[in-house]
Design a protein. Structure first.
Ligand code: FE2
Ligand code: FE2
Length: 205
């Protein structure tokens, strides 16, 4: 069990209510800002999901669980990944917090007993996206950026929101281009690079 492997993580029993259980684990481990963020992302993901005919409940659950691994220290994420022979790209080796998307997926599956790929895959790729992303993958990726975990309104908000009126693909690519054009990428993740190439290939201007 993923959380059980880290003695500093306090886990209480599950109620079966995913929203309450996500709240319990984040607040119980001193992450109130992460909880506020996942709440906002869940609402944003439901809104985007409604625009594109997605299942609201799946969007809500993915939003609440996407950053649940924030209770694990990044150095421990790297250790866990190596001990479990998870293949790593250079970005993850250099910046282990990038592993939190994969760790959150494992937590969602093992701790919260989620088996639905339309919930697990978006969680696993919410930071980097991936090639051939589904509508659920793109919706959470965009929701996480529009309801970001920093102060104020994101500088790319209006541009991405406008693109969202066109398609999920356009909104995702507008955000990715903003990040690259403004030197915001620490180190390009393999999934990010492939996702961008894929989006550029399918979006005809
Ligand atoms: Fe995240
Ligand atoms: Fe997030």
């Amino acid at each position: 069990m993923i959380f059980g492997g880290f003695p500093y993580i306090k886990i209480s029993g599950l109620s079966g209510d995913i929203v309450r259980d996500a709240e319990n684990i984040l607040l119980g481990n001193g992450r109130p800002k992460t909880y506020a963020h996942v709440h906002d992302v869940a609402e944003m993901n439901v809104r985007i999901g409604r625009m594109y005919g997605l299942d609201e409940n799946k969007c809500r659950i993915a939003g609440y669980l996407h950053d649940v691994s924030a209770v694990i220290k990044p150095a421990d994420m790297l250790k866990y990944a190596k001990e479990n022979s998870m293949p790593l790209c250079e970005a993850e080796e250099r910046y282990p917090f990038l592993l939190h998307q994969r760790m959150s997926r494992i937590a969602a599956a093992e701790y919260f007993m989620i088996s639905d790929e339309e919930i697990l895959s978006p969680i696993e790729h919410h930071t980097t996206l991936k090639e051939n992303a589904s509508a659920y993958d793109m919706a959470l990726f965009i929701a996480d950026k529009l309801a970001w975990d920093q102060e104020g309104v994101p500088p790319f908000y209006d541009e991405v929101e406008k693109a969202l009126g066109g398609s999920l693909e356009k909104a995702a690519l507008v955000y990715m281009k903003y990040m690259e054009d403004n030197g915001k990428i620490l180190w390009p993740h393999d999934n990010w690079k492939r996702a961008m190439e894929w989006l550029k290939g399918i979006i005809v201007r």
